[in-house]
Ligand binder design. Structure first.
Ligand code: ADP
Length: 255
């Protein structure tokens, strides 16, 4: 990973904090409470897995925390900045500069090479990408020799590694990963999870990952379980995949 920043992005300020966040969708009979008074913070230099049954509010939590969606009530702070006080332009700039994203389906631009995909966030921000930074980012994910390849010429695991390099190129405080191993086989999953772990351990970044997979969650420092839009439980990744799976199963059979 590129590491030219002096601070590693680890400020004393909490990278992400949710204070009593509630998100309703729809009104009247159609009203759904996707998140119900959730307070959480994600400390610098940690990896958190967010788990829970389908419909429990994981995506809504990720979208609110990343400033993609706005809560109905409560506050979200990124690096101490209250997103509620920002207009759309300011929010876009903050997201671009402080937040990285990794998606289940990689979301690379098919017409661009690996190197061009990695430098895209910088170009969108109007910054000139330094060739050696892009090269270093690809080298850090083990793809130095694939910089000229297009996504269709790469395996799923390689595409996700390009996506991780792309997420890191702006040196964000936090990387949100939405089912980052959902489309990968076991071996490629391990590589991707190892790279996300390295962002945290080697570079002091903060990773927040939504996953269904207890084995993936076991890579996290902390596992947050949601049910019905509320925090239902919390485990440590070190508790292991079996313990995490057992807690998930218990939540899924709740009446
Ligand atoms: P998860 O990611 O855990 O599956 P979501 O955050 O996607 O859960 O959804 C939580 C709840 O909010 C669900 O009941 C879902 O149907 C509802 N929901 C999510 N997005 C919308 C939306 N745009 N409009 C209406 N309801 C929504």
């Amino acid at each position: 990973m590129t590491n030219t920043t002096a601070t590693h992005g680890t400020s004393a300020v909490r990278p992400i904090e949710l204070r009593s966040v509630t998100r309703h969708y729809g009104t009247g009979d159609q009203a759904v409470t996707a998140l119900d008074d959730v307070s959480l913070h994600f400390a610098a230099g940690t990896m958190t897995a967010v788990m829970g049954p389908s419909g429990s509010g994981k995506s809504t939590l990720l979208h609110c925390a990343a400033g993609i969606d706005r809560p109905t009530a409560g506050q979200v702070l990124i690096d101490g900045t209250d997103l509620g006080g920002l207009d759309e332009n300011a929010l876009t700039v903050l997201r671009r500069e402080r937040v990285g994203f990794v998606f289940q389906e990689f979301n690379l631009v098919s017409a661009l090479t690996a190197a061009q995909n990695v430098e895209l966030p910088l170009r969108l921000a109007g910054r000139r990408p330094a060739a050696d930074a892009v090269r270093a980012a690809l080298a850090a994910v083990g793809l130095a020799d694939r910089r000229g390849h297009r996504p269709s010429e790469l395996s799923g695991g390689q595409q996700q590694r390009v996506a991780i390099a792309r997420a890191m190129i702006t040196r964000p405080a936090v990387v949100f990963a939405d089912e980052p191993t959902g489309a990968l086989d076991t071996r490629a999953s391990r590589t991707v999870l190892g790279l996300l772990r390295e962002l945290v351990d080697g570079h002091g970044r903060t990773v927040v990952m939504v996953t269904h997979d207890p084995a993936a969650a076991a890579y996290a420092d902390r596992v947050v379980l949601l049910a019905d839009g509320r925090l239902a439980d919390e485990l440590r990744g070190a508790d292991g995949a079996e313990a995490i799976a057992a807690r998930m199963a218990a939540l899924e059979v709740r009446p």
